[in-house]
Design a protein around this ligand. Structure first.
Ligand SMILES: Cc1cc2nc3c(=O)[nH]c(=O)nc-3n(C[C@H](O)[C@H](O)[C@H](O)COP(=O)(O)OP(=O)(O)OC[C@H]3O[C@@H](n4cnc5c(N)ncnc54)[C@H](O)[C@@H]3O)c2cc1C
Length: 449
């Protein structure tokens, strides 16, 4: 089959790779000069099968209300005159209960486990290097109350086959000695050994190059203008070369929309409505001054809800979500406050380890922001739309890097007429008749080696 993949973030590139593996002819289109230059560029680098709880939970509405006026609040709703935002907000509220939370976690763990296995396969078969660290993810707590509640979250994960352990402060410091400078503030943690971290940008760009080596047609620097349908199926997709201004029409047997937050508008052109809304997040990448004293285990800071990952001789700190449209500015007062908060925290947790100086002080922090393609459930839409030949692989929200390899593989399988071996509600695809276990390991054991 000839397949056109629209969008070259982690999701589009991974889809392209797995389609090529199955013998399809692939064309990959993106407006940027290379793959992964939008949301897949500067994320927190975590492959986080076990830390996958969706933002929508019983306590989220009250917390969001509290954070409305706090510029450093982790989840910030910035009301816009945009019906899509309000509709998304209502759907999000509909997920803020225990039953929905548990249901969503089950799906996210199933996709996470499947994706982790797919990622390991890709790495084993290609030898890709992307500052991968297989040292797990640790979550540290500075409040006794939050730490006391960590046990039930860990227990929930273990029920889904992921071994998230509650660890004492001393155990945590043995797992990640770099936290010793902050030990006085830490009351305890949780740890999942099977999670990992690595640079999504490097992985995606290198995988895109391997796809080109395998014969994929790469149309970088091309705007996707319009999906045209005729007789209930896609007839063509028109794209424009940014360099020459020339427009052309792409014909194929299947088209996959993997355009992140912009998927909503593209799909709407042919009457497909999806609940994907941008959730802005920030990261800062800092040069290490003392690499020997820096963390290797990827970390979650419970108080600020931010993540910290080691990427070679740099430290990446990222987090916060802002629901306020497609604004990508880094120079507004709010954006500056949120970005600076990340750097400030690194200096508190790892004093003197990274270069946290501002540019005015001679430092060189690399600030970035991206738009998470967020769904109210946090569950991505992977599957078939009501329009013939048109597929979607988008809405990966906070976990697109974690779910990238598996989402690409599942999409390629569905297009090839195969049934992905996981318990997951694929978009527009009838559920399998016989359930299969989401994670093959029994509770209490890691689902992935
Ligand atoms: C601060 C932050 C931290 C994060 N941390 C993590 C983490 O630790 N672990 C994790 O698993 N996930 C994390 N994520 C989420 C993850 O980064 C995203 O879910 C993922 O990158 C989404 O990938 P994507 O391919 O769907 O979208 P993108 O990477 O945005 O790719 C979509 C592509 O489509 C192209 N495109 C869109 N519209 C058009 C058009 N009209 N014409 C041409 N091209 C178009 C864009 O150029 C883009 O390249 C984080 C996100 C943020 C913002």
């Amino acid at each position: 089959m000839q397949v056109v993949v629209l969008g070259a973030g982690i999701i589009g590139v991974s889809t392209a790779w797995h389609l090529l593996q199955r013998g399809h002819e692939v064309t990959l289109v993106d407006r940027q000069a290379d793959a992964a230059l939008e949301t897949s560029f500067g994320n927190a680098a975590q492959i986080s099968v076990s830390y996958c709880e969706p933002w929508a939970n019983r306590e989220a509405p009250l917390k969001a209300l509290k954070w409305l006026f706090d510029p450093e609040g982790p989840l910030k709703f910035r009301p816009q005159l945009d019906p899509a935002q309000w509709l998304w907000g209502m759907q999000f509220l509909g997920q803020c209960n225990d039953a929905a939370f548990e249901r969503n976690v089950a799906q996210l763990v199933a996709l996470g486990s499947y994706s982790h296995a797919a990622l390991k396969d890709v790495v084993a078969s290609t030898g890709l290097q992307y500052n991968r660290l297989t040292k797990g993810i640790a979550h540290y707590y500075t409040s006794q109350k939050s730490f006391d509640e960590a046990g039930s979250a860990a227990e929930l994960m273990r029920r889904h086959g992921v071994n998230r352990k509650v660890v004492s402060k001393d155990e945590l410091l043995r797992i990640e000695p770099a936290l010793c400078g902050f030990a006085d503030h830490i009351v305890g943690g949780t740890y999942t050994e099977s999670d990992e971290s690595g640079d999504c940008l490097a992985f995606t760009q290198k995988l895109a190059q391997l796809c080109r080596d395998k014969g994929m047609q790469s149309l970088m620097g091309h705007d996707i203008l319009r999906i045209q349908s005729r007789g209930g199926e896609v007839d063509a997709v028109s794209v424009r070369d940014r360099a020459t201004g020339q427009t052309r029409e792409l014909k194929a047997d299947a088209f996959v929309v993997a355009a992140g937050s912009y998927s909503t508008a593209l799909l709407q052109q042919v009457g497909v409505r999806v609940p994907i809304y941008p959730g802005k997040g920030y990261s800062a990448t800092l040069k290490l001054l003392k690499p020997e004293a820096a963390s290797q285990v990827s970390l979650l800071d419970d108080q600020l809800k931010i993540a910290i990952s080691r990427l070679g001789d740099q430290l990446r700190v990222a987090g916060t979500i802002e629901l306020g449209g497609f604004d990508l500015s880094l120079d507004t007062p709010l954006a500056r406050t949120r970005a600076q908060m990340l750097v400030k925290r690194i200096e508190q947790v790892f004093p003197g380890v990274a270069d946290t100086r501002t540019p005015e002080e001679g430092g060189d922090p690399q600030f970035w922001c991206g738009l998470r393609p967020a769904t109210p459930t946090n569950i991505p839409l992977i599957g078939r739309t009501k329009v013939g030949k048109l597929w979607v692989n988008a809405g990966h929200g906070t976990l697109g890097w974690t779910h990238g390899a598996g989402s690409g593989k599942a999409m390629a399988e569905l297009i090839s007429g195969e049934v992905p071996a996981m318990n997951f509600g694929f978009y527009g695809v009838a559920p399998r008749s016989a359930p299969i276990p989401a994670a093959s390991a029994p509770a209490g054991l890691p689902s992935q080696a």
